[in-house]
Write a new protein. Structure first.
Length: 350
């Protein structure tokens, strides 16, 4: 989802700063909520599984028992993937909002999701690839290429890379790639069927062979995000003041772009676009973390998985015995949140 209603170059507003002790208390409370969400994700599904069988699947696994196989081979990797994707999209959204100083920014603003969708559609339409993992590698490669193109376009002209130029370049390239993706899906029926399921943001049928490589890319992206957090605090005040404080705005933006590419590219490649996660979670986290990017990213690491896990569990039970994809649930929740954010009088700045 790309939104540019707020001014990317707006100055940051002074937000109340929560005491460190209060932040730690809220962080522990949200960690408890995350633990509950993990337990629900493992224990609850479209097919009811007795709690004793769930316990046995975790600690006394018997591959001959179908209920235990469902828990061990389907729900457990699905839960881990929801945690990984939630962390990735939430942190990427916080980085994008901090870098562009746009409170409506989300990871799709750099064209990452559009690049992943286009590359996967190309692979489905023209290449003899049959494994899900093969499609995921193509989707991730598309996300990387799209981000490189956005960064190159945003830095063209010799004026440096600013938040406004990156935003405009990302929206432009994302729109072009989205149009090409729609054209391919209309011309190739097999691409339409495959991409339709992937673009709904589904966590189902993703085993450990998907979770492990995606998790490695997300860990690398989180490392870059941690390195950019301190500099992003200064950049959020404006380039001139950031330079006066000794921060390198251009280097910080480059590190943020790398982090967002790894985080959003890996998450989108794994499950497709999960709408509004990168938009909603940073705003919720900011209420507990204040404006310090280091605390904000820490809260995003917890709140993002909580949202993904709860959305996935709700999707499993709301239309039993069928399922709704987690991406559809986040879109259903995120639409009203976006409207509320856009109507706030403080939307001009963070």
């Amino acid at each position: 989802m790309t939104a540019t209603l707020a001014r990317p170059d707006a100055a940051p507003a002074a937000a109340p700063r929560a005491p460190a002790a209060g932040r730690r208390l809220w962080l522990w409370l949200w960690l408890g909520a995350l633990a509950v969400a993990v337990l629900l994700s493992i224990a609850v599904g479209a097919k009811p599984v007795p709690l004793p069988q769930v316990w046995d699947a975790l600690f006394r696994y018997d591959p001959a028992v179908l209920d235990q196989v469902i828990v061990r081979d389907q729900r457990l990797p699905r839960t881990v993937l929801a945690i990984v994707v939630g962390c990735a999209l939430a942190v990427a959204g916080a980085l994008m909002q901090g870098m562009t100083r746009n409170p409506l920014a989300d990871p799709g603003l750099l064209g990452v999701s559009a690049g992943a969708s286009f590359a996967m559609t190309l692979a489905v339409a023209f290449l003899p690839i049959t494994s899900l993992l093969g499609y995921i590698w193509f989707a991730f490669a598309g996300a990387v290429v799209a981000t490189v193109a956005v960064y190159a376009l945003g830095s063209a002209g010799g004026h440096g890379v600013g938040p406004l130029t990156l935003t405009l370049a990302g929206v432009s390239i994302g729109a072009v790639l989205s149009g090409l993706t729609v054209t391919l899906t209309l011309l190739h029926s097999n691409a339409f069927l495959s991409v339709r399921v992937w673009e709904s943001g589904s966590l189902a049928d993703r085993g450990w062979e998907v979770v492990l490589p995606v998790g490695l890319f997300v860990l690398a992206g989180l490392g870059f995000a941690a390195g950019a957090a301190r500099g992003l605090n200064a950049v959020a005040l404006g380039d001139d003041l950031a330079t006066a404080l000794g921060a390198n705005a251009r280097r910080t933006r480059f590190v943020v772009v790398v982090a967002v590419t790894l985080l959003c590219g890996a998450a989108t490649a794994a499950i497709g676009p999960a709408w509004f996660v990168g938009l909603m979670v940073p705003h919720a986290a900011r209420r507990f973390a204040g404006t310090d990017q280091r605390w904000l990213l820490t809260f995003c690491l917890v709140l993002g998985p909580v949202l993904m896990l709860c959305s996935d569990v709700l999707g499993r039970v709301v239309v039993r015995p069928d399922e709704l994809q987690a991406g559809l649930i986040t879109a259903f929740v995120g639409g009203p949140v976006l409207i509320w954010l856009a109507r706030r009088t403080r939307m001009r700045s963070l």
